[in-house]
Design a binder for this molecule. Structure first.
Ligand code: UCC
Ligand code: FAD
Length: 582
């Protein structure tokens, strides 16, 4: 061609080379650890065939809907053409299809049908795990829907929301409802007790009308919501603080004129990520509602919802990590640099392997939560299981939320410059991950929740933790290939036990400063034990052993490493403050 006068890049020619894009294959079939975990614990043909078929559909069809949700984000129409206030949140066709799909696939229902007994939650969450990164953030309303169903069920299906429960857990698209979770007000999303200004005015029929301003309400196209407010007494007075909060159920409905009953949508938030989903500011102006909790028991009553949504959050975090690893490893088979494919550059593959190890540890943590939840809901949970579920829920949420950002950020880099290009769909993954450590309790707030549950259980949750990790390690004592990992986890566990005893005598300020590192240590040690345990399974592969060994090379008990530098002592707080405000 050169002889014939061919000039590459001349005029309209843009060069002959085009980079292959990474291809999403069936996310169930591609996930060795997920399949292994299920083969070990839930080897039901029905589960495998359902997840295989769903995975195929995700790769072939649904993933593009997810992208469509991002490209066509929701918008708010305040007024109709004739000036009437309508407050319509207009969502994309793809977002609506996600709702139908979620119902048909039973993404909430599976957890309540309990066809697989104590393993039903593992099945449900496995399905959500492969769905989440393709869901266009529909995973968010599903989390809140599941959480609302759990609350309603746990308070004994009161008649006023029996119908709602049926809808939240329905597989029929035309019946299926989603729920919101309106807790955050302008004065505080973490400090709900002081921050809630919404008042509930009692009506003569026993119901209430809510007046207040909800500052963050996600997936606001929901059919109902659970929310917190202060019930007024007969003199119109309310009780301040957390003790004045009650839990309310409200339906989102329109009157004969098409106007929202008791709600004005002030605006939709402009967000770093989660743009696929509407997040609104709502003025509640006489919203009809029913009180579900005893007066003053609002926070304790919504805690069941928090447990479920925090587990969903963890599932989504690990799902994001898994997805970026799947795409990155595919890309490494297509991209050639310095004369060979990326997959043949050991340093690149080492980077991918480190992401894989992080993902595996996080995955087993999340599945452990689902296992414990399933046991609790089937009435099989021992006291130890119940303690573990309470302790691990904040630990796993906070740990995986942070890990997701780190792993997905590394994942983007593995595509080079293309990882930064908007219409590859990759940057959205990082944006969406960033929220996972903020909503449903920030990292610090959840670290303090760990202290709360330790204190409220008089240390029993930690006792359960130590007992269980030791039993996992005991099962591996005869497996020589795992000896270094078992030693590392065992050593870290002893250090942690010692730390807990010393810290308890130091008082609350010391514990507060240690709480975040404590939570990280709890997560790393437990994940190490789970990786070891999984590698001991008779059908485990050598890769499972390798993953356990690699995980356990890191500082597993960083609370002790940090303690040695004295950074939790009372003298540190003014030093930190001085440094920050210099
Ligand atoms: O962000 C939100 C939605 C986002 C969209 C959905 C995403 C879902 C994932 C999707 C993935 C893609 S909704 C807003 C979420 N907001 C939060 O998470 C609030 C964060 N703040 C906290 O968690 C605080 O620690 C508070 C609000 C719980 C603190 O409240 P109090 O009242 O000051 O705390 P107290 O006094 O310590 O606790 C009051 C009661 C106690 O019960 P009793 O009185 O029986 O001892 C506590 O034991 O509540 C109980 N309690 C709990 N129980 C408090 N926290 C818990 C808990 N986590 N589990 C069980
Ligand atoms: P703050 O509490 O002001 O936190 C600021 C900083 O202070 C954080 O770093 C935090 O860790 C730290 N901090 C707070 N307390 C302590 C403490 N005691 N010790 C040490 N550090 C502390 N809420 C809903 O109710 N419903 C929704 O649907 C919803 N959707 C959301 C969607 C998006 C996209 C986002 C971003 C938020 C959403 N939220 C929703 C709100 C979210 O739950 C809150 O933003 C979150 O809980 C944090 O509360 P805050 O914004 O008041 O932050």
């Amino acid at each position: 061609e050169a002889a014939a006068g061919y000039l590459p890049f001349s005029r309209a020619r843009i060069g002959p080379f085009f980079q292959d894009q990474p291809v999403l294959k069936n996310p169930f079939l591609e996930d060795a650890l997920l399949k292994g975990y299920l083969r070990r614990h839930l080897p039901e043909e029905a589960v495998f065939s359902d997840l295989s078929a769903f995975g195929e559909r995700l790769a072939k069809e649904v993933d593009t809907w997810g992208r469509e949700c991002e490209v066509n984000p929701p918008r708010l129409v305040h007024f109709d053409p004739w000036g009437r206030r309508v407050d319509h949140i207009v969502t994309s066709e793809a977002w609506k299809r996600m709702k139908d799909l979620s119902a048909r696939e039973g993404l909430v229902a599976i957890g309540y049908e309990k066809l697989f007994g104590e393993w039903s939650r593992v099945y449900q969450m496995s399905k959500l795990y492969i769905y989440s990164p393709s869901s266009g953030l529909y995973s968010c309303p599903l989390a809140m829907t599941d959480g609302a169903a759990k609350v309603i069920q746990s308070i004994g299906l009161p008649p006023v929301c029996e119908e709602a429960f049926g809808r939240l857990t329905s597989r029929q698209p035309e019946r299926f409802w989603t729920s919101g979770q309106w807790m955050t007000e302008r004065q505080g999303g973490s400090d709900v007790g002081s921050g809630t200004e919404t008042v509930a005015v009692p009506q003569t029929d026993g119901s209430y009308k809510l007046h207040g301003f909800k500052w963050f309400t996600s997936a606001t196209d929901a059919n109902m919501s659970l929310t917190l407010a202060r019930a007024q007494d007969s003199r119109g007075a309310t009780t301040p603080g957390s003790k004045g909060l009650s839990l309310f159920y409200a339906e989102v409905s329109r009157d004969e004129d098409g106007l929202l009953r008791g709600i004005e949508v002030q605006r939709l938030k402009e967000k770093l990520g989660t743009r696929q989903m509407p997040t609104a500011e709502l003025l509640l102006d006489g919203l009809p509602a029913h009180r579900l909790s005893e007066e003053g028991r609002g926070v304790a009553s919504i805690a069941n919802m928090l447990t479920i949504t925090r587990i969903h959050n963890s599932v989504s975090a690990v799902a994001g990590m898994r997805r970026v690893v799947l795409l990155a490893r595919d890309y490494a088979t297509r991209r050639t640099v310095f004369g060979k494919l990326l997959k043949d550059h050991p340093l690149h593959v080492q980077t991918l392997a480190r992401m894989e190890v992080e993902t595996r540890g996080a995955f087993l943590l999340v599945m452990e939560l689902c296992r414990l939840l399933g046991r609790e809901e089937s009435g099989l949970a021992s006291q130890l299981d119940a303690h573990l579920l309470r302790l691990l829920t904040p630990v796993v949420k906070l740990y995986t939320g942070k890990q997701a950002v780190a792993v997905i950020s590394e994942g983007l880099e593995s595509f080079g410059g293309q990882g930064y290009i908007e219409d590859t769909g990759l940057p959205g993954m990082l944006r969406d991950a960033q929220v996972l450590s903020i909503w449903e309790g920030t990292t610090n707030v959840l670290s303090l929740d760990v202290l709360r549950c330790v204190a409220r259980s008089s240390g029993m949750v930690l006792h359960a933790y130590f007992t269980h990790v030791k039993s996992l390690l005991a099962g591996a004592s005869s497996v020589s290939s795992l000896t270094p990992a078992v030693k590392a986890v065992g050593g870290a566990l002893s250090e942690l036990e010692e730390f807990v005893q010393v810290a308890a005598s130091k008082g609350p300020n010391y514990l507060e400063l240690a709480s975040r590192d404590l939570a990280y240590s709890l997560a790393r040690i437990y994940a190490g034990a789970l990786l070891i345990d999984h590698a001991c399974w008779k059908e485990a592969s050598p890769h499972d052993t390798y993953a356990a060994l690699r995980w356990c090379e890191q500082d597993l008990c960083l609370v002790v490493t940090k303690q040695k530098s004295g950074c939790y002592e009372s003298s540190t707080a003014p030093l930190d403050s001085g440094l920050v405000y210099e």
